[in-house]
Design a protein around this ligand. Structure first.
Ligand SMILES: [Zn+2]
Length: 329
C-alpha cells in the first residue's frame, strides 16, 4: 500500500512546544506580558475564528487549496492581545508554543456569557465548532486549534486530583497539573484509537454505524484498551464488529482527533476470512467494496455510496488503498 502523500487535517502543528524553556517560570511570565504574544480565546471548546473576506480569503484558498473548501469561505484563528481579556475573569493561559519568535497561548473564556457580544467581535469573528469549521481553516490553524481545544478542555475537567480529590494547579505553562495537597502530577490524556481499512485482494471491508449519514461507509475503529498493542486492538475490533479474522496489521499514519482527546492510529489490516457477522450495537452494516467502487465514492460520483470526509483519517486510508495497484497491500 502506498504512502499517504496528502496532508491529514489536524497534523503538522507549526508551533514549537518549547519543552525545555517552558520549565522556566520566569520565561513564561515574560511571554505572558510581552506585547507581541498572541492569545487564542476558546469558549466552551470552540476556538475564536475570524471570517476572511475578499482578497484575504482568496489568498488563503490559493495557499491551502486542499484543506479549504472555497464554497464555505475562509476562516482563520483570531489571535488576540492580552488586553482582550482585561475585563473578564479567566483561568491561567495555556502555553501552546512559539511561532515566528512569538509565544502563543490558549485562554478559556467559557465563563463569559454571549462572548461575541461581550468582546464586541460579532461582526468579524465567532466561536465555532472545530469539527464544522476544519474544512474552512488553513492546515496550520486547524492543527493549532486541535491542540488548543484538547488542552483547554482537559484543564477545565481536571481541577481535582484523581489520587486524593484535592485541588490541582497548572504547571509548565499548562503542560500538566500538580495537586496542591499530595503533589501528584497529572498529564493531559491522549486516547489511542485503532482505525483500519481491512483488505483482501481487490476488496476492502468498510462499515457504517447506526445513525450515520445515508450510504456512508468508513474504516472500522475502536479504542485501544489497557495493556493491548495497536495490532491486537485492530484484530479484536474487526472481529468484534464485523466477525472477520485479521492477520497482518501494518501502521500507516496517525491523526490527532481533538473530540476531546483521541489519537487516531491508521492501519491497513489483511483479512484472513470473508464472512461478515456484524455486532448490531456497533454497526448497522458492513460490506466488502472494490477499488473501483471506492474510487467513485471518494470522487463523490456515486449517489448510493459515500466516503468519509477529507478531514477524517479514514478518507486518507481508503484513498491510499484505492491508489495502490490491485494485488498490492
Ligand atoms: Zn492529590
Amino acid at each position: 500500500m502506498r504512502a499517504m502523500d496528502t496532508p491529514i487535517p489536524f497534523c503538522g502543528n507549526p508551533l514549537d512546544r518549547e519543552g525545555l524553556r517552558r520549565r522556566d517560570r520566569a520565561w513564561l511570565d515574560a511571554q505572558l506580558v510581552d506585547p507581541a504574544t498572541r492569545f487564542l480565546p476558546v469558549w466552551q471548546t470552540k476556538p475564536l475564528l475570524k471570517r476572511l473576506q475578499g482578497r484575504e480569503a482568496a489568498a488563503q484558498r490559493g495557499e491551502a487549496e486542499r484543506s479549504v473548501d472555497p464554497r464555505e469561505g475562509g476562516r482563520a484563528l483570531a489571535w488576540a492581545k492580552r488586553e482582550f481579556f482585561a475585563d473578564v475573569e479567566v483561568p491561567e493561559a495555556v502555553f501552546l508554543g512559539s511561532g515566528d519568535g512569538v509565544a502563543h497561548f490558549a485562554v478559556d473564556v467559557s465563563a463569559v456569557e454571549k462572548p461575541e457580544v461581550a468582546f464586541g467581535i460579532a461582526d468579524v469573528a465567532s466561536f465555532d465548532d472545530l469539527r464544522a469549521a476544519v474544512a474552512m481553516l488553513p492546515a496550520a490553524d486547524a492543527a493549532i486549534a486541535a491542540q488548543a481545544r484538547t488542552m483547554v478542555d482537559w484543564h477545565a475537567r481536571h481541577g481535582h486530583c484523581a489520587a486524593c480529590g484535592g485541588h490541582t494547579r497548572s504547571v509548565l505553562g499548562g503542560a500538566n497539573r500538580v495537586c496542591f495537597d499530595c503533589q501528584a502530577e497529572h498529564f493531559p490524556r491522549t486516547d489511542p484509537v485503532a482505525i483500519a481499512v481491512v483488505v483482501r485482494g481487490d476488496q476492502c471491508l468498510l462499515g457504517r454505524g447506526p445513525g450515520w449519514p445515508a450510504h456512508m461507509f468508513s474504516a472500522l475503529a475502536g479504542f485501544v484498551e489497557a495493556g493491548e498493542s495497536l495490532e491486537d486492538a485492530v484484530r479484536r475490533e474487526v472481529m468484534e464488529e464485523a466477525g472477520v479474522r485479521v492477520g497482518r496489521v501494518r501502521y500507516l499514519a496517525s491523526q490527532p482527533w481533538p473530540f476531546p482527546s483521541s489519537l487516531m492510529l491508521g492501519c491497513v489490516a489483511q483479512a484472513e476470512s470473508e464472512q461478515i457477522a456484524i455486532d448490531p450495537a456497533e454497526l448497522e452494516e458492513a460490506r466488502w467494496f472494490s477499488r473501483d467502487a471506492l474510487r467513485a465514492a471518494l470522487a463523490g460520483s456515486r449517489k448510493d455510496l459515500g466516503a468519509p470526509p477529507p478531514f477524517a483519517i479514514a478518507h486518507h486510508l481508503i484513498r491510499a488503498w484505492v491508489e495502490t495497484d490491485a494485488g498490492g497491500e
